[in-house]
Design a protein around this ligand. Sequence first.
Ligand SMILES: [Zn+2]
Length: 88
Amino acid sequence: MKFCPKCGGIMIPVREKGVLYLKCQRCGYKIRVKKNLGTQYSIGGKVEEEKRVMTAKAVEKRTAALSPEEREMLQEYYEVFLESFEEE
Ligand SMILES: [Zn+2]
């Protein structure tokens, strides 16, 4: 809970034209709420990580039935593929 720095009233979140503010119920004083960029970045990083894990699992599944030589060859191929994929 936030309190108004001017009158000590309770600040409630309000949205005006897509911008979030904390507004004092008593005197109308309002503070613009900054977006939490740190949270957004961590979500993006998590999605990227999950995508990578999924790709790795798909490779594992496909190579399971192959001989060790074929598997090694494919593993190299996928590593190159993943590297070029990440650069885009
Ligand atoms: Zn106030």
